[in-house]
Design a protein around this ligand. Sequence first.
Ligand code: MF3
Ligand code: CO
Ligand code: CO
Length: 261
Amino acid sequence: MSETITIKTSEEIEKMRAACKVTAQILDDVHEIVKPGISTEDINTFVHELTLKLGAIPAPLNYKGFPKSVCTSVNEVVCHGIPSEKEILKEGDIINIDVTSILDGYYGDASRMYFVGGKKACTSKAIHLVETAKKAMDIGIQMVKPGNRIGDIGHAIAHYVNGLGKNYGIVRDYTGHGIGNVFHELPQVVHIATKGTGEVMQPGMTFTVEPMINEGTYKTVCSRTDGWTVWTKDRKLSAQWEETVLVTETGVEILTKSKIY
Ligand code: MF3
Ligand code: CO
Ligand code: CO
Protein backbone atom coordinates (compact mmCIF):
# COMPACT_ATOMS: atom_id res chain seq x y z
CA MET A 1 0.00 0.00 0.00
CA SER A 2 1.28 3.51 -0.84
CA GLU A 3 1.23 6.16 1.90
CA THR A 4 -1.41 8.49 0.46
CA ILE A 5 -4.41 8.30 -1.82
CA THR A 6 -3.39 9.12 -5.37
CA ILE A 7 -5.52 11.38 -7.57
CA LYS A 8 -5.13 10.19 -11.14
CA THR A 9 -4.34 12.64 -13.95
CA SER A 10 -6.44 12.52 -17.13
CA GLU A 11 -3.64 10.56 -18.84
CA GLU A 12 -3.65 8.02 -16.01
CA ILE A 13 -7.45 7.80 -16.14
CA GLU A 14 -7.25 6.92 -19.84
CA LYS A 15 -4.79 4.13 -18.99
CA MET A 16 -7.06 2.88 -16.19
CA ARG A 17 -10.00 2.85 -18.62
CA ALA A 18 -8.01 0.77 -21.10
CA ALA A 19 -6.73 -1.73 -18.50
CA CYS A 20 -10.18 -2.09 -16.97
CA LYS A 21 -11.70 -2.67 -20.43
CA VAL A 22 -9.36 -5.65 -20.89
CA THR A 23 -10.42 -7.07 -17.51
CA ALA A 24 -14.12 -6.63 -18.32
CA GLN A 25 -13.73 -8.32 -21.69
CA ILE A 26 -11.96 -11.32 -20.16
CA LEU A 27 -14.75 -11.71 -17.58
CA ASP A 28 -17.37 -11.45 -20.34
CA ASP A 29 -15.60 -13.98 -22.57
CA VAL A 30 -14.77 -16.54 -19.85
CA HIS A 31 -18.51 -16.99 -19.29
CA GLU A 32 -18.60 -19.17 -22.40
CA ILE A 33 -16.26 -21.84 -20.99
CA VAL A 34 -17.64 -22.15 -17.45
CA LYS A 35 -19.43 -25.50 -17.64
CA PRO A 36 -19.65 -28.73 -15.62
CA GLY A 37 -16.60 -30.92 -16.30
CA ILE A 38 -14.00 -28.20 -16.90
CA SER A 39 -11.28 -27.63 -14.33
CA THR A 40 -10.35 -24.35 -12.70
CA GLU A 41 -6.98 -24.80 -14.43
CA ASP A 42 -8.87 -24.56 -17.76
CA ILE A 43 -10.15 -21.17 -16.58
CA ASN A 44 -6.58 -20.16 -15.72
CA THR A 45 -5.34 -21.16 -19.17
CA PHE A 46 -8.16 -19.25 -20.86
CA VAL A 47 -7.61 -16.09 -18.80
CA HIS A 48 -3.83 -16.26 -19.16
CA GLU A 49 -3.91 -16.65 -22.95
CA LEU A 50 -6.63 -14.05 -23.56
CA THR A 51 -4.82 -11.52 -21.33
CA LEU A 52 -1.65 -11.89 -23.41
CA LYS A 53 -3.64 -11.74 -26.65
CA LEU A 54 -5.12 -8.42 -25.52
CA GLY A 55 -1.58 -7.10 -24.92
CA ALA A 56 -1.84 -7.18 -21.14
CA ILE A 57 -0.19 -9.00 -18.22
CA PRO A 58 -2.10 -11.11 -15.66
CA ALA A 59 -1.40 -9.35 -12.35
CA PRO A 60 -1.99 -12.31 -9.99
CA LEU A 61 0.82 -14.42 -11.54
CA ASN A 62 3.74 -14.31 -9.09
CA TYR A 63 2.08 -11.52 -7.08
CA LYS A 64 3.47 -12.12 -3.58
CA GLY A 65 4.06 -15.68 -4.74
CA PHE A 66 0.55 -16.40 -6.09
CA PRO A 67 1.17 -19.23 -8.59
CA LYS A 68 -1.56 -18.63 -11.21
CA SER A 69 -2.98 -15.91 -13.48
CA VAL A 70 -6.48 -15.70 -11.98
CA CYS A 71 -8.28 -16.45 -8.71
CA THR A 72 -11.06 -19.06 -8.92
CA SER A 73 -13.12 -19.38 -5.74
CA VAL A 74 -15.73 -22.16 -5.71
CA ASN A 75 -18.68 -22.45 -3.26
CA GLU A 76 -17.30 -22.09 0.31
CA VAL A 77 -14.08 -20.50 -0.94
CA VAL A 78 -14.33 -16.79 -0.12
CA CYS A 79 -11.45 -15.54 -2.29
CA HIS A 80 -7.93 -16.25 -3.61
CA GLY A 81 -8.73 -19.79 -4.76
CA ILE A 82 -5.84 -21.24 -6.79
CA PRO A 83 -6.79 -22.84 -10.11
CA SER A 84 -6.00 -26.55 -10.29
CA GLU A 85 -6.46 -29.30 -12.86
CA LYS A 86 -7.71 -31.46 -9.99
CA GLU A 87 -10.62 -29.14 -9.28
CA ILE A 88 -13.46 -30.04 -11.65
CA LEU A 89 -16.57 -27.86 -11.75
CA LYS A 90 -19.89 -29.64 -11.26
CA GLU A 91 -23.54 -28.75 -11.86
CA GLY A 92 -24.83 -26.38 -9.21
CA ASP A 93 -21.45 -24.97 -8.14
CA ILE A 94 -21.08 -21.22 -7.83
CA ILE A 95 -17.71 -19.76 -8.74
CA ASN A 96 -16.10 -16.37 -8.44
CA ILE A 97 -13.58 -15.54 -11.13
CA ASP A 98 -11.32 -12.61 -10.17
CA VAL A 99 -9.30 -11.11 -13.02
CA THR A 100 -6.69 -8.37 -12.73
CA SER A 101 -4.95 -7.15 -15.88
CA ILE A 102 -2.00 -4.80 -16.23
CA LEU A 103 -2.01 -2.72 -19.41
CA ASP A 104 0.62 -0.05 -20.02
CA GLY A 105 1.51 -0.16 -16.32
CA TYR A 106 -2.05 0.34 -14.99
CA TYR A 107 -4.28 -2.21 -13.24
CA GLY A 108 -7.91 -3.22 -13.81
CA ASP A 109 -9.40 -5.50 -11.13
CA ALA A 110 -12.86 -7.08 -11.21
CA SER A 111 -14.66 -10.30 -10.38
CA ARG A 112 -18.00 -11.91 -11.08
CA MET A 113 -20.00 -14.96 -10.04
CA TYR A 114 -20.94 -17.70 -12.48
CA PHE A 115 -23.54 -20.46 -12.05
CA VAL A 116 -22.10 -23.80 -13.20
CA GLY A 117 -24.68 -25.50 -15.42
CA GLY A 118 -26.72 -22.28 -15.40
CA LYS A 119 -28.95 -20.77 -12.75
CA LYS A 120 -31.41 -23.66 -13.06
CA ALA A 121 -28.76 -26.07 -11.78
CA CYS A 122 -28.19 -24.08 -8.55
CA THR A 123 -30.10 -24.08 -5.29
CA SER A 124 -32.33 -21.11 -4.47
CA LYS A 125 -30.06 -20.45 -1.47
CA ALA A 126 -27.01 -20.14 -3.73
CA ILE A 127 -28.87 -17.93 -6.20
CA HIS A 128 -30.09 -15.64 -3.42
CA LEU A 129 -26.59 -15.29 -1.99
CA VAL A 130 -25.07 -14.51 -5.39
CA GLU A 131 -27.77 -11.94 -6.17
CA THR A 132 -27.42 -10.37 -2.72
CA ALA A 133 -23.66 -9.96 -3.18
CA LYS A 134 -24.24 -8.33 -6.60
CA LYS A 135 -26.81 -5.94 -5.17
CA ALA A 136 -24.51 -5.18 -2.21
CA MET A 137 -21.77 -4.16 -4.64
CA ASP A 138 -24.17 -2.04 -6.72
CA ILE A 139 -25.51 -0.29 -3.61
CA GLY A 140 -21.96 0.40 -2.42
CA ILE A 141 -21.01 1.84 -5.82
CA GLN A 142 -24.07 4.12 -5.75
CA MET A 143 -22.49 5.91 -2.77
CA VAL A 144 -19.45 6.89 -4.83
CA LYS A 145 -19.38 10.63 -5.57
CA PRO A 146 -17.22 13.61 -4.60
CA GLY A 147 -17.81 14.72 -1.01
CA ASN A 148 -19.08 11.35 0.21
CA ARG A 149 -16.77 9.37 2.47
CA ILE A 150 -15.27 5.93 1.88
CA GLY A 151 -17.14 4.62 4.95
CA ASP A 152 -20.45 5.52 3.31
CA ILE A 153 -19.89 2.58 0.93
CA GLY A 154 -19.60 -0.01 3.70
CA HIS A 155 -22.45 1.59 5.60
CA ALA A 156 -24.80 1.27 2.62
CA ILE A 157 -23.73 -2.33 2.01
CA ALA A 158 -24.17 -3.36 5.63
CA HIS A 159 -27.53 -1.56 5.90
CA TYR A 160 -28.79 -3.48 2.88
CA VAL A 161 -27.37 -6.91 3.75
CA ASN A 162 -28.27 -6.81 7.45
CA GLY A 163 -31.74 -5.51 6.57
CA LEU A 164 -32.50 -8.74 4.70
CA GLY A 165 -32.78 -10.54 8.04
CA LYS A 166 -30.91 -13.58 6.72
CA ASN A 167 -27.96 -13.35 9.11
CA TYR A 168 -25.58 -13.23 6.17
CA GLY A 169 -21.96 -12.49 7.12
CA ILE A 170 -20.13 -9.53 5.58
CA VAL A 171 -16.45 -10.42 5.32
CA ARG A 172 -14.15 -8.11 7.29
CA ASP A 173 -10.78 -9.77 6.68
CA TYR A 174 -10.53 -8.66 3.02
CA THR A 175 -11.44 -5.26 1.63
CA GLY A 176 -11.60 -3.15 -1.47
CA HIS A 177 -8.58 -1.00 -2.23
CA GLY A 178 -7.22 1.89 -4.17
CA ILE A 179 -5.74 0.85 -7.52
CA GLY A 180 -3.66 2.53 -10.22
CA ASN A 181 -0.11 1.80 -11.26
CA VAL A 182 0.04 -0.60 -8.32
CA PHE A 183 -2.35 -3.47 -7.52
CA HIS A 184 -3.30 -2.42 -3.97
CA GLU A 185 -3.02 1.13 -2.63
CA LEU A 186 -4.97 3.42 -0.33
CA PRO A 187 -7.80 3.88 0.43
CA GLN A 188 -8.89 0.69 2.12
CA VAL A 189 -12.56 0.15 1.26
CA VAL A 190 -14.22 -1.80 4.05
CA HIS A 191 -17.59 -3.38 3.31
CA ILE A 192 -19.09 -2.84 6.75
CA ALA A 193 -18.60 0.68 8.10
CA THR A 194 -20.11 3.67 9.86
CA LYS A 195 -21.63 6.46 7.78
CA GLY A 196 -19.50 9.61 7.59
CA THR A 197 -16.20 7.86 8.40
CA GLY A 198 -13.14 7.39 6.22
CA GLU A 199 -11.54 9.55 3.57
CA VAL A 200 -13.50 12.11 1.56
CA MET A 201 -13.94 10.99 -2.07
CA GLN A 202 -12.44 13.28 -4.69
CA PRO A 203 -12.58 13.25 -8.50
CA GLY A 204 -9.70 11.21 -9.92
CA MET A 205 -9.63 8.58 -7.17
CA THR A 206 -9.81 4.98 -8.41
CA PHE A 207 -10.59 2.07 -6.12
CA THR A 208 -12.42 -1.24 -6.01
CA VAL A 209 -15.71 -2.17 -4.36
CA GLU A 210 -15.68 -5.93 -3.79
CA PRO A 211 -17.97 -7.18 -1.02
CA MET A 212 -17.75 -10.84 0.00
CA ILE A 213 -21.05 -12.05 1.48
CA ASN A 214 -21.27 -15.33 3.38
CA GLU A 215 -24.31 -17.51 3.89
CA GLY A 216 -23.29 -17.91 7.55
CA THR A 217 -20.54 -16.42 9.67
CA TYR A 218 -18.42 -13.52 8.39
CA LYS A 219 -15.36 -15.31 9.76
CA THR A 220 -12.80 -16.75 7.39
CA VAL A 221 -9.83 -19.11 7.54
CA CYS A 222 -6.81 -19.11 5.25
CA SER A 223 -5.17 -22.34 4.10
CA ARG A 224 -1.98 -23.24 5.94
CA THR A 225 -1.04 -25.54 3.07
CA ASP A 226 -1.06 -23.14 0.12
CA GLY A 227 -1.11 -19.85 2.04
CA TRP A 228 -3.81 -18.39 -0.24
CA THR A 229 -7.16 -20.22 -0.31
CA VAL A 230 -9.64 -18.50 2.01
CA TRP A 231 -12.67 -20.47 3.21
CA THR A 232 -15.69 -19.51 5.27
CA LYS A 233 -15.00 -20.64 8.83
CA ASP A 234 -18.26 -22.64 8.89
CA ARG A 235 -17.77 -23.91 5.30
CA LYS A 236 -21.06 -22.38 4.17
CA LEU A 237 -21.27 -20.64 0.78
CA SER A 238 -19.69 -17.29 -0.06
CA ALA A 239 -20.23 -14.93 -2.99
CA GLN A 240 -18.35 -11.87 -4.24
CA TRP A 241 -18.53 -9.30 -7.02
CA GLU A 242 -15.94 -6.63 -7.75
CA GLU A 243 -15.62 -3.56 -9.95
CA THR A 244 -12.91 -0.93 -10.31
CA VAL A 245 -14.51 2.52 -10.16
CA LEU A 246 -13.47 6.12 -10.81
CA VAL A 247 -14.76 9.08 -8.81
CA THR A 248 -15.86 11.64 -11.44
CA GLU A 249 -16.83 15.33 -11.02
CA THR A 250 -20.47 14.32 -10.66
CA GLY A 251 -20.44 10.76 -9.36
CA VAL A 252 -18.95 7.48 -10.47
CA GLU A 253 -17.76 5.70 -13.59
CA ILE A 254 -17.57 1.91 -13.43
CA LEU A 255 -14.37 1.21 -15.33
CA THR A 256 -14.75 -2.58 -15.50
CA LYS A 257 -18.39 -2.58 -16.58
CA SER A 258 -19.58 -5.70 -18.40
CA LYS A 259 -21.02 -5.46 -21.89
CA ILE A 260 -23.29 -8.44 -21.33
CA TYR A 261 -24.91 -8.05 -17.87
N1 MF3 B 1 -7.85 -9.63 -7.23
C1 MF3 B 1 -7.75 -9.69 -5.80
C2 MF3 B 1 -8.36 -8.40 -5.27
O1 MF3 B 1 -9.47 -8.16 -5.60
C3 MF3 B 1 -6.37 -9.88 -5.32
C4 MF3 B 1 -5.81 -11.19 -5.68
S1 MF3 B 1 -4.21 -11.29 -5.14
C5 MF3 B 1 -3.71 -12.74 -5.82
O2 MF3 B 1 -7.78 -7.60 -4.63
F1 MF3 B 1 -2.44 -12.81 -5.65
F2 MF3 B 1 -4.36 -13.72 -5.24
F3 MF3 B 1 -4.00 -12.73 -7.10
CO1 CO C 1 -9.47 -6.07 -5.69
CO1 CO D 1 -9.89 -8.75 -7.61
